[in-house]
Design a protein around this ligand. Sequence first.
Ligand code: ADP
Ligand code: MG
Length: 352
Amino acid sequence: LFFVLGLPQQVLFFVMFPMVLAVAFVNMLVTGAVYFPAKRYLTVKGVLSDEEAVVSDHSDYVLIPSQDGQVSIEHLTYQYGRSSKKALDDVTLNINRGDFLIITGPSGCGKTTLSMALSGGIPHFYGGKMSGMVFIDGNAITQTSIADLSLHVGMVLADYDTQLVTMTVGEEVAFAMENRGYDAETIQRRTKEVLTQVHLDGLENRSIQDMSGGQRQRLAIASVLATEPSLLILDEPTSSLDPEGTEELYAIIGKLNRENKVTVVVIDDNLSASIPYANRMAVLVDGKLAYEGAVEEAMDYMYDMNTYPEALPALYTMQRRLKEKGINLGKVLKTPEEVVAALQNKEATCSN
Ligand code: ADP
Ligand code: MG
């Protein structure tokens, strides 16, 4: 500038140089202020990968559950990879061997997410951010592969059709057993057994395509049962069933629970069919465990706190309304038969 344009050196030092510095300074401020919000925004939108997500390696740790149930869920908090909201928020729950637990709550409250954490889908498949821990049979899910978990946990998805992978009923039930190296004789025996358990006996050669929704659902359950899981999880199993199908399904699951000592976790918003078989209920709201306890107390909580009351069985709501009018039928009645008996009993006492 000095030699070619003949500008005096004062212009260079006292005008241009300070201007360059000023621009650099403003640049520093603006970049600093915009960088982090922009990075966060683009990560949430999925444009940038979530570099901060760290896959924890727990292999060197000794992780011990602090509750003694078959399943111990401890302060479980979970966020899907691209979501800014917690799908589960500090959930602590102990599931004992032999329990029949209902998990209920409004749509989007995290029921399916919780069931995925019980089968290892979270964190092994979905990734995301998880804190807290789930222990199955004393083993931390982060230290157990999905393959090992599947030896203990049988899961029937809400979208059970995606679980069916073969052409015929017999093949479908045999499939999981073949994968686990069962011998031919055992496969044949177990196939017969589980098909009888779900009332599909004799249908080995039936094409899956020709079956009704309810039958396919029971088939999905049979193929899960074939490998004798000690924990059976069903996500909204009755969403596509009519009332008779629903009742039949719960009768089957209830029997498995009672007679075969299978621990059952059912996610359902149709409580009337499942409560006669359940001993415990958990109510999830916005990813948090709002209540957990005996079925009767959980229903009282839902009614009293107006938490998802639309899921309560009509029979239960009726008893509460009667009670408010001064007619107390005693303990919570779960089936129409129990109500009839209680009313007759009441009539007898009244006439006495
Ligand atoms: P529920 O089964 O009770 O209806 P979910 O467990 O499916 O609830 O969902 C809980 C929350 O997690 C919801 O806010 C839902 O939008 C979110 N969610 C579910 N699945 C995913 C996913 N694969 N990726 C991101 N967010 C998800
Ligand atoms: Mg769901």
